[in-house]
Design a protein around this ligand. Sequence first.
Ligand code: MYA
Length: 616
Amino acid sequence: MNRLGHYVFRSGKSICKTDIHARSFASAAKTSTANPQDDKNRPNYSFLSNIFRGQVESKEMFPYPDVLSEEQKETINSLVDPFEKFFVEVNNPAKNDETSKIDQEVINQMQELGIYGMQPAEEYGGLGLNNTQNARLCQIVGEHDLGLGIHIGAHQSIGYKGIVLYGTPEQKQKYLPRLTNGKQVAAFVLTEPSSGSDAASIKTAAKLSDDGKHYIINGSKIWISNGGYAEVMTVFARTSEKQLTAFIVERSFGGVTSGPPEKKMGINCSNTTEVYFEDVKVPVENVLDEVGNGFKVAMNILNNGRYGMGATLSGTMKACIEKAVNHANNRLQFGNKIKEYGAIQEKIARMAMLQYVTESMSFQIAQNMDSGSLDYHLEAAISKVFSSESAWYVCDEAIQVLGGMGFMKDTGLERVLRDLRIFRIFEGSNDILRIFVALTGIQYAGANLKELQKALKSPASNLGFLSQEVSRRAMKKIGLGGTNLSGLVTPALKPQADSIAQCIDLFGKSVEALLIKYNKNIINEQFLLNCLANSAIDIYGSVVCLSRATRAVDQKLPTADHEVSLTKAWCAEASERVVANLSKTSSKSYLELFREMRNISKTVCDNEGINTTGII
Ligand code: MYA
């Protein structure tokens, strides 16, 4: 059984985990109590976690956050124009794609603009932007050039993010200034030939030297963005059988070499290579966070940067939609502009809805993070999954609207489609993130259920908890006390809020029913876990839109009516999908279908290909 499967039901406690790094995680938590994220007893304000218990935690959802002060708004607005200008006048995405490189002039200008240091504080040479401001600039990057975006994102969204999040003052002082000015480039060095989604299985080893002054790193990594020229790397290596540790490694330490640039389907101007470590001597001062905390460091770097992908791709979708609409507004066929035809209208409406949801999610997460949220990892994972799939869909539909023109290189959409393909794969594949969301949510719901079961065994000493649970359930049973979102939204959206509230109740019931039916074996039911994840994605997307559109109405924005319209349409489709997905989790015919599909897959795999008799 894979590690991702070891989540549910620890005997005695709530959840079971038998994987090797679980213990290191536990000990890490003990040594790092200073980090509030590690405090397991604090309240969990994640909206997503809570819907797995059938409950709504609205603190981070309503009202839609507005975190920027006037001064912060001015700062970001003053950066938008020069960024746009750079992308329009200096950078040439088609040329970058064709030559698979970034011209020195482009790099010089990016250094001048401060692109290499968007978030670190000014004392480290950065622009000192918060996540919300950063998200705005990510949008501009995504609008223009995803390949360049990966070069920039691999550098700061994950490459040196570990130093920002976990670095000591000395590490920050030593490394950040040379990275924020872009004179040196950073990389995030995790993936190995036999360790992709299963990040905890890395083999690269770091051995403490006899004098205790260095770690000696040996191993090889693959698919490292900026891997060919990064001078500073966040490297993850095994310091014992059970422990991973994160290190800051300089190429100049010696023993670090890179393979040739990989030939890829897209994001061609970004550099992707293998990186080899041969007896690389890394001073002990270069351990990031605690020895043994490497898995947590890796996950939190990824969690922390994921909203950026959503923001970036909301920009990409905006650009695709503009191209599609420009064509639809001008192209005459059968005597009419093609925008007059329902088939095109449906596409454009759906593209606009997907962009709205994506943008709303990423800015909600960014702003919550800026307000000190600690529980955004499920939201961030969903934002990554949703944005990468939506952007793919939107770009594909834009090509369809443009017809033959869309297929031509000159239109620029085929490059974007190629660039977009990897977003569903890297930074945590969407398949693994769906399972991660479902299992993490179930783990949270399971803890509650276990507590209830335990309380039922000694009711006298658990009266408070039991009476709360019993009255919550009893009220729901008689149709009272169910989820109610209608008080949180603008009146025009109350019906949509009601139908999403029903979805949340249904979701909580479905999770509980699955837990009762499958107990710890739920970890093996990935067909069902996907149904839960897809429902969670739709519910989250809907609530985010309800919140943002309400803000638009409350603030009397000129776009308020349109935003309400987008939200109504989105919620109508999303709530239908939720009901359909959740009904699959208890439907006999779907369980039969899933069994059938398992068998088909097994036969095809056993046969090493399709197993049908040809027609002739
Ligand atoms: S970099 C490579 C990316 N690689 C991955 O993302 C790897 C994916 N794998 C995983 O995430 C993990 O291995 C999974 C867990 C999720 C599969 N947050 O037993 P476990 C906790 C917080 O489940 P596993 C790239 O592609 C968990 O609760 N905690 O672990 C760059 C548990 O805690 P406890 C987490 O089964 C491309 C413990 O860890 C998380 O082994 C370039 C163990 O969990 C989490 N997420 O696997 C991109 N996960 O013990 C460029 C687990 O307390 C960027 N845990 O219960 C571009 C950006 C955009 C552009 C920007 C423009 C400017």
